[in-house]
Structures are given as structure tokens and as C-alpha cells.
Design a protein. Structure first.
Length: 276
């Protein structure tokens, strides 16, 4: 059981983070019924299915990263072939749930899965291709689940909502870039050309800061147009707290502090349309 928890990255606060990513978009349409619940579940399963696939694909990397060796150990404990089969089964299950809701949800979840496959597997393996990795990861785990849940809840085209969603995608790109900094040594050892490997840790942290500021402007603008200045200030304040964690040097510290701040900010963004 601990091995499966590690493989799916469900240790605190990741489990809550994935649930928030899967569900918060529906809050902007403010409708919750069985179809929305199934769509959110499909989002959640699709998001976590990428983690066993990533652990399988990153086995060589994780062996050389002190803070990721527990993932390599989990893969070896269960067996690499079984880990791959588990990821495939979960992806099929997520897609089946999405199809049961609507074709729009099926397309959204299908795109999430395609991006996870492209991110992890050769010959594409976008994770090792510079900025393509964090951008694709942010779209798969941030933007697409929000849009899919919003669509399932009956959300309509709204420029303000799209500003918020785009801002969250920018924030997620920055976090994905930042999250890879402690993996720099392991990635470099196996030839994975992440931005932290190509340009250095300081460049990656600076780019994270710039992406976060851009995301804050988009989120703030969207919330201001939709709900007013006060709620925009609340959302921007919650999301900007992440900047306090941008220089944390280890994955353990990032998990404990940085990701916890990210979870709180997502909860706040989900609560604003319900409270405003």
C-alpha cells in the first residue's frame, strides 16, 4: 500500500492538490450534479494515472536523485511491467468515465491522457525537451481539468473565466518548472534537458517568478472583471504566497511548504465564485 501511495504521489499535500485541480473549474459554473461528479472523478483518475507512468519512465532518473529514490524503490517493489499496466488501466478507466458524461468531457480527458503520454514516453518524451515539459504538464494537470469540469457543469464562454483559467495555467507552468529544480542532478545524469539542466537552477527560479507574476495578473484581471476588486485581491493574495517558497532548495521543503501554499491558493480560487 505505501508503494502504491508513493507511485500515485498521494502523500500530503498532493492528494488534496489533485482533487482541487480536478474539481475547481466546476465552481465557476456553480452547478453540481451526478454528471459533474463523474467528470471530476474522471479528471482525478486521469491526473493521478500520469504518476505511475512517470515513475515507470523516470526509473533511471530517480535512482540518481536522493529525494526520489523512494519512487524507484516502489517501482521495483511492484514490478515495472505491473506499474505500466496499472497506469494504462487507470487511463482507460478515466476515459470510460469521461465518455459516460459527454463528448466534451471525453475530449478534455483524452487530451490530458495524450499529453501525459507525450510528456513521459519515448520517442517524444517532452519532459526532457526544455520548456515543453513544464508547459505540457501545466496544461495536463492545470488548464484541461479546469476546462473539462467547467464544461461538465454547463459553463459558457466567458472572457473573465478564461483569464482566470489561463492565469492558473501560467502559475502551474511556473510550479512545474520550480518543482524540477531539485531533480537537476538526476536529470543531467541521464541526459534529460530540463530548463534547470540547460540554463541552471537560478534561471529556472527566475523564470518561475516571472511566470507566477504573469499568472497573478491574469487571475487578478479575470476575478476583477467577474467578481470585483475585493475578490480579485483575495485571489491574487492567495496565489502570490507561493512566491515566498520559490527559493526552497530541496524537494522535501518544496512539498511541505510550496505545494501546501499551492493547495491553499486553489481552494481559495474555487471558493471565490461560490462566496461572491
Amino acid at each position: 500500500m505505501p508503494a502504491l501511495t508513493h507511485l500515485h504521489r498521494l502523500e500530503h499535500p498532493f492528494g488534496v492538490h489533485y482533487a482541487c485541480c480536478a474539481a475547481w473549474g466546476a465552481c465557476y459554473a456553480t452547478r453540481f450534479d451526478l454528471a459533474v461528479v463523474i467528470a471530476v472523478l474522471a479528471n482525478f483518475v486521469a491526473i493521478i494515472s500520469g504518476n505511475p507512468l512517470n515513475a515507470y519512465a523516470d526509473l533511471r532518473n530517480d535512482v540518481h536523485s536522493a529525494e526520489k529514490r523512494h519512487l524507484a524503490q516502489a517501482v521495483r517493489e511492484i514490478g515495472a511491467d505491473r506499474v505500466l499496466a496499472l497506469a494504462i488501466f487507470e487511463m482507460i478507466f478515466a476515459q470510460a468515465l469521461a465518455i459516460a458524461v459527454s463528448w466534451r468531457v471525453a475530449v478534455g480527458v483524452g487530451l490530458i491522457l495524450v499529453l501525459y503520454l507525450a510528456y513521459n514516453l519515448e520517442p517524444v518524451r517532452l519532459k526532457r525537451r526544455g520548456y515543453a515539459g513544464p508547459v505540457v504538464l501545466a496544461i495536463a494537470a492545470g488548464l484541461l481539468p479546469a476546462v473539462t469540469a467547467y464544461s461538465a457543469a454547463g459553463g459558457r464562454a466567458d472572457p473573465a473565466v478564461w483569464l482566470v483559467f489561463s492565469g492558473v495555467a501560467a502559475l502551474a507552468t511556473g510550479r512545474a518548472l520550480w518543482w524540477a529544480v531539485p531533480d537537476r542532478a538526476g536529470d543531467a545524469h541521464v541526459g534529460s534537458r530540463t530548463p534547470a539542466v540547460l540554463y541552471g537552477a537560478r534561471h529556472a527560479v527566475n523564470a518561475t517568478t516571472q511566470l507566477t507574476v504573469g499568472g497573478l495578473l491574469l487571475v487578478g484581471g479575470g476575478l476583477w472583471f467577474r467578481f470585483g476588486l475585493m475578490w480579485a485581491a483575495v485571489g491574487v493574495t492567495a496565489c502570490s504566497a507561493f512566491l515566498l517558497a520559490r527559493d526552497l532548495p530541496t524537494a522535501r521543503q518544496q512539498l511541505r511548504y510550496g505545494m501546501s501554499m499551492a493547495v491553499v491558493s486553489t481552494i481559495v480560487l474555487a471558493a471565490i465564485p461560490l462566496l461572491a
